[in-house]
Design a protein around this ligand. Structure first.
Ligand SMILES: C[S@@+](CC[C@H](N)C(=O)[O-])C[C@H]1O[C@@H](n2cnc3c(N)ncnc32)[C@H](O)[C@@H]1O
Length: 391
């Protein structure tokens, strides 16, 4: 795998390549080497720690997925459904920025890498661990961020997975994180807008302190007038879900018969009067917007051609649990997670979620009779997962 990585990017540390060469032997060097499923070389633990939660439905380990994944028994997992960090420093969370990724990659010299390169290397590392743990032919459904998913896809591919598809999750819950250029110019030039009104709250219970601009105020300088109406970001309304597969062992049919994985569960993934599952999914707001724009066609609304999953801008505690004053900032809709699990995992199979967060994947899988194995690095989210399992 590392030989392939070396060709994909020039930043892989020599140390890793040397270690891998020692493992693969001189005869393979320079040849086209198929990625192997050998776990990350510098695993610090030698076996899985005691789980922080375990019953017949779910097992949760507290720890770093990059370190723990290689410790799972090889070829033991039926599907990976995951919502990993997007590498966007979401709300200043360390788990979503290069510092968190560098912590996971302490066995690799990342000092010369840019933040996107660190993110890709980190994705490669967790994906390599997942490749090891999954059965041949097992499917992956992994959320990505619109600005960074290309790095995650490269990481998943670098590790040895086949990229099979991408589901577009279209929703209405995103908030634009845009700079008001006109106001920034006034500030830069030392001017204050006397009629600007901003409301700040210390804590809104989930996202920490917030600022809401109630009135932008009147531009003061000539430059600010010229740039009035300009910003730096669109409102996010799309998240890709990457569908990948561990290469089957030879012939796919034989692989399915031998390992019980390798296909997509089309029939159980059907929606709205039995339609074939699509690689586009909507929330109700997006579906409404589509119907308003397009009206009906042959007597039915266009949105009926796509699966629709309800998700509120301010999710209820059913969607965003709270325990000991903590809730999670990036919960995923339960119904969407159930659909994804159904599509890629065999009935009653073992689903892996290395980045549990508040446990949306865990609850989705358990409620449909799958077994779940999950990891989470942040101890304060463990009670959230447990609260979902207690329902
Ligand atoms: C995007 S959130 C998952 C949210 C989840 N889908 C939910 O609905 O609550 C990603 C989670 O991965 C965790 N995380 C980040 N880096 C990790 C690592 N190296 N190993 C394990 N967990 C990690 C973060 O603490 C965070 O809770």
């Amino acid at each position: 795998m590392w030989a392939r990585l070396r060709r994909c990017g020039s930043y892989l540390p020599d140390e890793l390549v040397r270690r891998t060469r020692a493992r693969t032997g001189p005869e393979q060097q320079g040849a086209t080497v198929m990625p192997d499923s050998t776990p990350t070389p510098a695993a610090r633990l030698t076996e899985l720690p005691k789980p922080v939660f375990a019953d017949e439905r779910a097992t949760l380990y507290l720890g770093d997925a990059v370190e723990l994944l290689p410790l799972l028994p090889e070829g033991s997992i039926d599907a990976l459904v995951t919502d990993p960090p997007y590498g966007l420093s979401f709300n200043g969370q360390a788990w979503d920025d290069a510092s968190g990724f560098r912590e996971s990659l302490s066995h690799i010299d990342t000092s010369e890498m840019s933040a996107p390169e660190v993110f890709e290397t980190w994705c490669t590392a967790w994906a390599a661990g997942a490749l090891h743990a999954l059965k041949p032919g097992a499917y992956v459904a992994a959320f990505g961020g619109a600005r960074t998913w290309h790095r995650m896809v490269r990481g998943i591919e670098n590790a040895g997975f086949e990229i099979r598809d991408q589901i577009a999750w279209l929703h209405t819950t995103g908030m634009p994180k845009s700079m008001d250029l006109s106001h920034a110019i006034d500030k830069h030039q030392g001017m204050q807008r006397t009629d600007r009104v901003v409301q700040t709250t210390d804590h809104d219970g989930v996202l920490g302190a917030t600022r809401t601009v109630l009135s932008k105020g009147t531009p003061v300088t000539e430059d600010a007038q010229r740039w009035e109406g300009w910003g730096t970001a669109l409102r996010p309304a799309f998240e890709p879900i990457i569908i990948a597969r561990k290469p089957p062992e030879g012939n796919l049919v034989r692989n399915v018969l031998r390992h019980g994985v390798g296909g997509i569960n089309i029939d159980d993934g059907r929606f709205a009067d039995g339609r074939w599952p699509t690689n586009v999914a909507f929330d109700a707001g997006q579906a409404d917007a589509l119907d308003v724009l397009t009206g009906t066609w042959q007597g039915e609304s266009l949105s009926r051609k796509f699966p629709i999953f309800r998700f509120d801008h301010k999710p209820s505690t059913l969607e965003r649990p709270r325990a000991f004053g903590v809730s999670h900032t990036t919960v995923k809709p339960l119904a969407l997670m159930r659909w994804l699990v159904t599509l890629v995992a065999p009935p009653h199979g073992v689903v892996l979620e290395p980045f549990a967060g508040s446990g949306a994947t865990v609850e989705a899988a358990v409620s449909d009779g799958y077994r779940v194995l999950c990891f989470e690095k942040n101890a304060s989210y463990v009670p959230l997962v447990q609260s979902r399992l207690d329902r």
